[in-house]
Write a new protein. Structure first.
Length: 477
C-alpha cells in the first residue's frame, strides 16, 4: 500500500514549481491547478501535445528538452509523473541540487487533504464521470476544485482551484497511485485487467482497489458499480459503507430504468431506493455513458445535492474532449476522436458510434497504446473490432515500455490476429499514408472513428481540410 505523508502547509503564492512530464493529461491539470493557487509554474516534456497551447495561455513555460535548464536552487518543488524514470536527466539534476521532489499522486493526496475529496477510480470512465461531477457542482454554484485527466471544454480545461469545499479528482490505479488519496467519497466505475506491466494479475488489481475502498475511512463512503462483478467482489472484501448504482442489478440503490438510446442522447428513469424519482437525459450516447451518469448522480446526491439540480446539470453537460468527440463533419463525413485503447473501451466506443450513426460505414483508425498491453491482450484487442466495417492499425505508441517489450510484439501481429478471426484490417504504419487512404476512400455518410491514447489525434486534425477539399472538387466536377 502506498505510503501517505502529512500535508506540508505551504503558501503557494510566489513559489516556483517545476513539472517533469508536464504535457501528460494529469500533470497538465495539476500544473494549471497549482498556477491557480498562485505558484509560478514551469515544465518540460519530450513530445509535443495539444496541452502546450493551453499551458502557454496560462503563462506556463514548457520546454521540449529535459536537460535541467529550468531548475535552480530556488526551485521550491519538482513534480514528476509516474512515467518518469529515476535516470531521467532532469530528475537527476533536481537530485543534485537537493530539491524537494514529489510524484504526481503524492502531491494530489496532499492537496486533497485541504478539501473534501471525491476521488473517481476505475479502469474505464474516470475522466467522464469526474467531469460530470465537477460540472454539475459548478453549475449549481458550489465552485468545486477539480483535477481531471482530460480537457473538459465546458470547464475551461481539466483543473480549477475553487472556493468550494469539494475537490473532485480522477484517481488512477497505475502503480497504486490512488492509494495516496483519502477521499470522503470514493467512486469505483468498474475494474478490468489493465496495467499488466505493473500488476501481476486480476487478484493483484482487485487487492489495490480494495485498499482504495478502505481509504474512504469510517466517515467516508464508497460509490460502486453493482453491474460489474469485480467491483462487487471488492465491495464485499472491503466491507466499507457503500452505495451502489447500476442498470441490471435490481438491488442497486441508484438504478437506471426504461433506457431509450437515441442517436445523440440517452434518456432513462432514475430509481432511488426502489422509487422512481424522475426522467433524466444526457447528451451523450452509449450505455457506458449512462453508467457514468449514474455514478455522478450517486456521488452528487450523497454529497448533499438534490435530484432536480443534478438533473439540470447533467442535461447540459456536453462531454469530455477525445471521448467520442465529433471534431468535424467535412463533406458530411463525421470525424470522431476517442481516447479508447483498452479492449473493453474499444468495443464500447465502436458500439456507441453505431448507435449514433446507424447503418453507416464506420472506418476505424487505431493506434495501439503500449507494447506490453498489446502483447498481453492481443486476442481480446483483436476481437474488440468485430463490428467495425474496416480497421486501419498504425504502429504501437510506446509508453513506459522496455526494449524487451518493444521487441515482443508489433502492430502487424495485431492485424494478423484480426485477419485470422475474419476481420477486415490493414497495417498502415505511417500517419501520412493513413491520411491518404482515408481521404481517398470515404464518401458522404461514412464515419471515421479515430482511437488511441497516443498522438493519433494528429490524423483526425489533418484529414478534415483534405476531405473538405475533396468534397469541393466533387461538387465542382
Amino acid at each position: 500500500m502506498a505510503k501517505r505523508r502529512r500535508s506540508k502547509k505551504r503558501h503557494l503564492s510566489g513559489e516556483h514549481w517545476h513539472f517533469i512530464g508536464i504535457l501528460g493529461t494529469g500533470m497538465s491539470s495539476m500544473a494549471t491547478y497549482a498556477a491557480d493557487c498562485g505558484a509560478r509554474i514551469t515544465g518540460s516534456d519530450v513530445r509535443p501535445a495539444p496541452t502546450v497551447k493551453v499551458l502557454s495561455q496560462r503563462g506556463i513555460q514548457v520546454s521540449l528538452q529535459q536537460e535541467g535548464r529550468g531548475l535552480d536552487r530556488d526551485t521550491n518543488l519538482v513534480v514528476i509523473s509516474q512515467a518518469i524514470a529515476e535516470d531521467n536527466p532532469e530528475l537527476l539534476q533536481a537530485r543534485r541540487l537537493g530539491l524537494e521532489v514529489v510524484r504526481y499522486p503524492e502531491l494530489l493526496g496532499l492537496l486533497m487533504e485541504r478539501k473534501k475529496g471525491i476521488a473517481v477510480a476505475g479502469t474505464h470512465g474516470k475522466s467522464t464521470t469526474s467531469a460530470m461531477i465537477a460540472y454539475v457542482m459548478r453549475r449549481a454554484g458550489l465552485d468545486p476544485s477539480y483535477m481531471i485527466g482530460a480537457d473538459v471544454p465546458q470547464l475551461g480545461g481539466g483543473s480549477h482551484y475553487g472556493s468550494g469545499e469539494y475537490l473532485v479528482a480522477e484517481a488512477c490505479e497505475y502503480k497504486r497511485s490512488f492509494l495516496y488519496l483519502s477521499p470522503q467519497i470514493g467512486v469505483v466505475t468498474n475494474i478490468d485487467a489493465d496495467h499488466l506491466d505493473y500488476y501481476y494479475d486480476m487478484w493483484d488489481i482487485k487487492e489495490a482497489f480494495t485498499d482504495f475502498a478502505l481509504a474512504t475511512g469510517e466517515d467516508g463512503l464508497l460509490v460502486a458499480n453493482a453491474d460489474d462483478a469485480n467491483t462487487r467482489s471488492v465491495v464485499k472484501q472491503a466491507g466499507v459503507r457503500t452505495v451502489t448504482y447500476g442498470i441490471d442489478r435490481k438491488k442497486a440503490l441508484y438504478r437506471a430504468e426504461r433506457l431509450w438510446r437515441a442517436k445523440v442522447h440517452s434518456n432513462f428513469d432514475i430509481v432511488y431506493k426502489g422509487k422512481k424519482i424522475d426522467r433524466f437525459s444526457i447528451s451523450l450516447y452509449g450505455t457506458h455513458n449512462v453508467l457514468n451518469a449514474l455514478a455522478a448522480i450517486a456521488a452528487c446526491h450523497e454529497a448533499g445535492m438534490d435530484f432536480a439540480t443534478i438533473k439540470d446539470g447533467l442535461a447540459n453537460f456536453e462531454g469530455v474532449a477525445r471521448r467520442l468527440q465529433i471534431i468535424g463533419t467535412p463533406w458530411n463525413v463525421p470525424i470522431v476522436s476517442d481516447y479508447a485503447h483498452h479492449p473493453q473501451e474499444v468495443k464500447a466506443s465502436i458500439a456507441a458510434t453505431h448507435q449514433r450513426f446507424p447503418n453507416q460505414r464506420v472506418f476505424v483508425i487505431f493506434q495501439p497504446h503500449q507494447y506490453s498491453r498489446t502483447r498481453k491482450m492481443l486476442p481480446e484487442l483483436a476481437e474488440s473490432f468485430r463490428t467495425a466495417w474496416v480497421t486501419y492499425i498504425c504502429d504501437i505508441y510506446a509508453a513506459r515500455d522496455s526494449r524487451e517489450d518493444q521487441r515482443s510484439v508489433s502492430a502487424l501481429d495485431l492485424v494478423r490476429q484480426m485477419n485470422h478471426i475474419g476481420l477486415l484490417a490493414h497495417y498502415v504504419p505511417e500517419f501520412a499514408d493513413m491520411e491518404d487512404i482515408i481521404v481517398g476512400d470515404v464518401i458522404p455518410d461514412d464515419v471515421v472513428l479515430i482511437m488511441g491514447a497516443g498522438n493519433i489525434w494528429e490524423v483526425a486534425r489533418n484529414i478534415i481540410p483534405r476531405i473538405e477539399e475533396k468534397g469541393r472538387r466533387q461538387l465542382a466536377a
